[in-house]
Design a binder for this molecule. Structure first.
Ligand SMILES: Nc1ncnc2c1ncn2[C@@H]1O[C@H](COP(=O)(O)OP(=O)(O)OP(=O)(O)O)[C@@H](O)[C@H]1O
Ligand SMILES: [Mg+2]
Length: 244
């Protein structure tokens, strides 16, 4: 099993879109048994996959009341892809985890799920607290989506510094230019400044994911967006294999 976090301290940078589409790639292209674990109380991943939680306000019980995560996991419409939905009960999860005092709570829960899943992908909220610190302890790889700008590299360094500051060790961190629009001068400059970074194009097919509640690979498999997610997923699998 390998776990991958999609994380940034910034909101609205494309984390949920990336997490859902990468999870779909893991399940469909790599045929890995995949769990998408939504850690954001907004439950964006659940929304994008059209999956409702089984119970109301139950998401926190996994952390605070020893509820087995298996009891809350839902199958999605896609083969090999399951979802552990979020809800508003985890709005203060950072604080709750702090008061539980178990620094590896999320890592331990993730380990127990390794018997059922090959890939676990965390959709993270834009926070820097005990939750993000626990994500760094649980993840084998962290993907950081960055809106393209001349300051992208600096923004990435900031995230890395913040991650480093929250614990001694941290997993490898992979920057991804998100919502790249090569018609825009600043985006072009950001691309040229970071030619090796993976990039996801700004695309209406990707935007449609929220309308159709399906990953772009399912609705527009030949689109540039679907190809970019597939390419990024292949690069992630390669990175995970090299880590072993
Ligand atoms: N590559 C893309 N092309 C077009 N639209 C995109 C793309 N990526 C994300 N979006 C749109 O941008 C908005 C923000 O994306 P998303 O919800 O994935 O960001 P987020 O980082 O998870 O936000 P939050 O911090 O609120 O959880 C959404 O409306 C989404 O549809
Ligand atoms: Mg989100």
């Amino acid at each position: 099993m390998a776990s991958i976090a999609v994380y940034s301290v910034k909101g609205g940078v494309g984390k949920t879109t990336l997490a859902v589409n990468l999870a779909w790639c893991a399940a469909t292209i790599s045929r890995r048994e995949t769990l998408l674990w939504d850690l954001d109380p907004a439950n964006g991943s659940g929304f994008l996959l059209g999956v409702e939680a089984k119970k109301k306000r139950a998401a926190q019980s996994v952390f605070t009341a020893d509820e087995a995560p298996e009891k809350l996991i839902r199958k999605t419409a896609f083969d090999n892809l399951s979802l552990l939905p979020a809800d508003e009960s985890i709005r203060t999860l950072g604080r709750q985890l702090g008061s539980i005092g178990k620094k590896k709570r999320l890592a331990k829960l993730t380990e127990t799920l390794a018997k059922d899943y090959d890939r676990i992908i965390f959709d993270c909220p834009p926070v820097l607290n005990e939750l993000s610190a626990q994500v760094m302890r649980a993840a084998d790889l962290v993907i950081v989506p960055l809106p393209p700008s001349p300051l992208s590299a600096r923004a990435f360094e900031t995230v890395v510094e913040e991650v480093k500051g929250s614990g001694r060790k941290h997993p490898p961190i992979l920057p991804v230019l998100s919502m790249l629009d090569m018609r825009r001068t600043l985006h072009k400059q950001a691309r040229e400044a970071n030619p090796k970074w993976p990039a996801i194009p700004l695309a209406s097919a990707i935007e449609q994911c929220a309308v159709t509640q399906q990953p772009v690979g399912a609705i527009a498999p030949r689109s540039a967006g679907a190809r970019a997610f597939a390419q990024l997923w292949t690069a992630i699998e390669r990175k995970l294999a090299a880590k072993k």
